[in-house]
Design a protein around this ligand. Structure first.
Ligand code: NAD
Length: 381
């Protein structure tokens, strides 16, 4: 099949790779020329900032960002821009698939209705929310089951043909709204469970009971329990963002979504909690040399979007600490380079990459506070 991918970020590149592997011809389109020039292109994979090259495609996959705006409401600017690209560059009916995460109704009302109003070509439309987990070697595009629903059975059948060329299990649901809502619910489930365990850390510490031992003990129950680990907050652009898409549509239909909002607040308070725990152990942080170890939002990836490390640093600076950061996986962040890991009073481990050894962390400071639960014999949550 001739595939055009709109948006060549993490998701778009991942789809391009598996689609190429399955023998499709792939053209990627991205508005950012730096993204295009950083790609490793082959004869079968073309990428461009000039949308005219995608006009020949039979299947268009939308994989553009769906962030929150300044008021923490869904921002579908890039989705609408992708629709415009499709309108301007298709002359015959194609299949349009949306993989970008958004609220139920997005495929039907924000994509299909908008494109058809302008072009009237009678395209097919399907939704298949992306589930890829960056850095996860066990769960890949091949073995992670994929949700799928078209606006028509013809759209579903063609989308199934595309995805089954590289994914082992396609799960058809009854409407695009079900697929869209399932994706939001999956990430909201993670967000509220992480918030719960983050609240539990605060309870168990106040009771002077070792949290991780309690969690490990609870996890021995073979049914009705699922393990989540506490941390300094949530990061990346899925867990901190997607639940707000669900809260937004909930409020539009008169359901207040208090639980989702509360979970967000608990997670956002964790950086201040971490710093308060450090201050409880060491006293005033005024003038203390502190290193934050690991600034990306998860281990072994360089993505710093929405990472709680920035909030931990803000909180430390508010308390007068002299703050540096160390992260060889990220390298450069906010125009600064990763600092050498030595000579500090305090090290706070926010993210533990394999590339940073436990012994180097322990040698870097007189006091170490670990937010990851992976470093033995130091303070932490
Ligand atoms: N990264 C993940 O782990 C992940 C997992 C599941 C779902 N998602 C969802 O998938 C979508 C894409 O995420 P991502 O991580 O690939 O984002 P990203 O920011 O890494 O990449 C998006 C790309 O789209 C480009 N872009 C923006 N507007 C465009 C336009 N109008 N036309 C063409 N290109 C445009 C950007 O330049 C960027 O390169 C989002 O909705 C996200 O929530 C992401």
């Amino acid at each position: 099949m001739k595939i055009a991918i709109i948006g060549l970020g993490y998701v778009g590149q991942s789809i391009a790779q598996v689609a190429l592997g399955a023998g499709h011809s792939v053209v990627g389109f991205d508005t950012n020329s730096d993204v295009i020039s950083s790609l490793n292109l082959t004869g079968d994979f073309k990428a461009t900032t000039g949308a005219a090259l995608i006009g020949d495609a039979e299947v268009f996959v939308i994989a553009v960002p769906t962030p929150l705006d300044g008021a923490r409401k869904p921002d579908l600017t890039s989705v609408h821009a992708a629709c415009k690209t499709i309108i301007e560059n298709t002359k015959k009916p194609v299949l349009v698939i949306n993989e970008s995460t958004s609220y139920p109704g997005t495929l039907r009302n924000e994509i299909a209705a908008v494109i058809e109003k302008a072009s009237g070509l009678g395209h097919l439309y399907a939704s298949s929310p992306e589930r890829v987990d960056p850095g996860n070697e066990k769960w890949t595009q091949k073995n992670t089951p994929r949700l799928l629903a078209g606006l028509t059975s013809e759209a579903t059948a063609l989308a199934r043909k595309f995805y089954s060329s590289f994914c082992d299990e396609i799960i058809e649901v009854s409407s695009p709204e079900v697929a869209e809502a399932a994706k939001l619910f999956e990430n909201t489930f993670r967000q509220v469970n992480i918030a719960l365990v983050n609240e539990f850390v605060q309870i168990s510490d106040a009771l002077d009971i070792p949290t991780r031992e309690v969690l490990d003990a609870a996890a021995t129950k073979p049914f009705g329990f699922m393990s989540f680990q506490p941390g300094p907050g949530v990061g990346g652009h899925c867990i901190p963002v997607d639940p707000s898409y669900l809260a937004y549509v909930a409020e539009n239909v008169g359901v207040p979504a208090e639980f989702i909002k509360r979970a967000n607040e608990v997670n956002l308070c964790m950086p201040a909690y971490v710093v308060s725990r450090v201050a409880k152990d060491v006293g005033s942080l005024e003038g203390k040399k502190v290193v934050v170890v690991g600034v990306s939002y998860k281990a072994n990836v360089s993505d710093t979007r929405e990472a709680p490390s920035a909030l931990v640093i803000d909180e430390l600076e508010k308390q007068g600490a002299a703050v540096s950061w160390h992260d060889p996986v990220v390298g450069t962040w906010n125009g600064q380079s990763s600092n050498e890991l030595k000579g500090f009073d305090i090290a706070i481990v926010v993210t533990k990459h394999d590339a940073v050894s436990e012994s180097a962390i322990k040698a870097s400071a007189a006091y170490v506070f670990d937010c990851t639960g992976t470093i033995k014999g130091v303070a932490g949550i």
